[in-house]
Write a protein that binds this ligand. Structure first.
Ligand code: ZN
Length: 216
């Protein structure tokens, strides 16, 4: 059998000589004794070890390939989830938004016979958290003889029905009415709102019971 010195074995295995000696102490390599009584290693042992190391490298490469594949799949999954989220978001814009305040645009264009800045009564009430039926009662039945003033005009194409409008003064008067009678209402987020707009002090707005002592 051909014997290799530790250094030769190290070169063959592409390892450090100390590694070869460590492997010998660990029993991975069987030490032989050379004629000169120095550590020697059988060449066949080295060949077998080279084979095993190559095999291990291939397994390691296989694992790395699998890790790459998993990473790729994770990235594809993330892309799919992102697309799904986008689709859900789009679908969500068609679904009713339960808790959101009434976001309907101020419906009809302001008719010619109401003052500029007028708002439709139902829209105004909804924007301020008052149910339209409650507010219709405020306008038509009133509370103890107190009514919310409004402008009543026939609906286009439905002359027996009316659209109720509030001029800017009537909008403020409606809020004053709610304050007077303890109707719960809320400021809207519309910066163009004549009642809730920036000219108002938010601290004086909320009801019930928030009206000034001098009010009727
Ligand atoms: Zn408002």
């Amino acid at each position: 059998m051909a014997l290799l010195t530790a250094r030769e074995a190290a070169r063959r295995l592409n390892r450090d000589e100390r590694t070869i000696r460590r492997w010998v102490s660990a029993g991975k390599l069987t030490p032989r004794t050379s004629a000169s009584n120095r550590l020697a290693i059988d060449e066949q042992d080295i060949e077998r070890l080279v084979e095993r190391l190559t095999e291990r490298d291939q397994q390691r490469r296989g694992i790395i390939d699998l890790e790459d594949r998993v990473l790729q799949l994770e990235q594809e999954q993330a892309a799919i989830l992102a697309r799904l989220a986008l689709l859900e978001e789009r679908a969500g814009t068609f679904a009713p938004k339960p808790a959101a305040p009434d976001r309907r645009p101020r419906s009809l264009a302001t008719p010619a016979d109401v003052p500029p800045g007028s708002r439709q009564a139902t829209e105004f009430a909804a924007a301020h958290g008052v149910h339209r039926v409650t507010f219709r009662d405020h306008m038509t039945i009133g509370i103890r003889g107190d009514l919310v003033a409004h402008i009543s005009i026939p609906k286009p194409n439905k002359p027996r029905e009316t659209d109720r409008w509030l001029s800017p003064e009537q909008q403020q008067a409606a809020v004053d009415f709610w304050q007077r009678h303890g109707t719960t209402w809320q400021r809207c987020s519309d910066p163009a709102c004549l009642v809730c707009g920036d000219q108002q002090d938010p601290g004086t707005q909320h009801t019930p019971g928030g009206f000034a002592p001098g009010s009727p």
